[in-house]
Write a protein that binds this ligand. Structure first.
Ligand SMILES: *[C@@H]1O[C@H](CO)[C@@H](O)[C@H](O)[C@H]1NC(C)=O
Length: 256
């Protein structure tokens, strides 16, 4: 043991001697709590990456230990920043792709957590830590007051001006058309080419089957699907696929 380490040891012992047992206990408790927080933060950040990359599938709720992490992610600057970058990449593609401007260049958007944000609902319903409650969610949908995701609105506006045909393809039910239109207009969206809902005949179809089926119909009508934007992989996967798919972040729920 070198002289420097001796000095450190004496310094440490001196500090310990000067502290009351209560202080030591409190300091230790804080240190344990801080490392547990750091561990959960690390774990939850990795979990979120697994969600976004479609490695984690068919999860029903956010892991309990990640409730604070997801709350912080959604309410803090991180969610908005991640969405901003997705939109920047989407715009880079939109500006680079040659469009025919013949009324058939389509860009497909999902609605919930892509154009509209249901964060006000999830904020009072556990941020995804509770099992999805269709009744209370539909009550929220009926209010038609979901705000726009600011970055998505920015993308939407530029696509419209550039001549893209905007098609909205949502897992919402046809019966929710009126409130959905009201909500979209209230949030600042307008001039979409079409707004497609689940019909009675689509009930029970997995989202990926329903959405890729509608893309096939759109192609049959002559649309060229240049891009799709959605917060679920089931918005984007399946045949036919858009030329480019843009995955918006969503660590709150999973739709297969
Ligand atoms: C779901 O929401 C409805 C309406 O708010 C409520 O009455 C019901 O108790 C909720 N169900 C569960 C399981 O929490």
């Amino acid at each position: 043991m070198g002289p420097f380490r001796f000095l450190l040891l004496f310094f440490f012992l001196g500090v310990v001697a000067a502290e009351s047992p209560q202080t030591i206990l409190r300091t230790t408790t804080q240190a344990v709590a801080a490392s547990a927080f750091a561990y959960d933060h690390l774990y939850c950040d990795s979990w979120r990456l697994s969600v976004e990359t479609n490695n984690a599938r068919f999860w029903r709720t956010v892991p309990f230990r990640c409730s604070e992490f997801v709350q912080e992610y959604m309410s803090g600057a991180r969610y908005a920043s991640d969405t901003d970058i997705v939109v920047d990449e989407s715009l880079a593609f939109a500006r680079s792709v040659q469009i025919a401007n013949d009324g058939n260049d389509a860009w497909i958007f999902d609605v919930d957590e892509t154009l509209l944000s249901n964060v006000p609902y999830y904020a009072i319903n556990g941020f995804g830590t509770k099992v999805f409650n269709e009744t209370s969610f539909n009550e929220w949908v009926d209010k038609a007051r979901a705000p726009a995701l600011a970055a998505s609105l920015r993308l939407y506006e530029e696509l419209l001006v550039s001549g893209f045909q905007i098609i909205l393809l949502t897992g919402r039910n046809e019966a929710q058309r009126k409130v959905t239109v009201e909500n979209l207009l209230h949030a600042g969206y307008h001039s979409w080419r079409s707004l497609i809902f689940r019909e009675d005949s689509d009930m029970g179809k997995p989202a990926v089957v329903f959405k890729s089926g509608r893309r096939a119909e759109l192609e049959g009508q002559g649309f060229r699907i240049l891009a799709s934007s959605g917060d679920q992989w089931s918005d984007l996967l399946g045949f036919p696929m858009a030329q480019r798919s843009f995955k918006h972040p969503n660590p709150m729920y999973y739709i297969g």
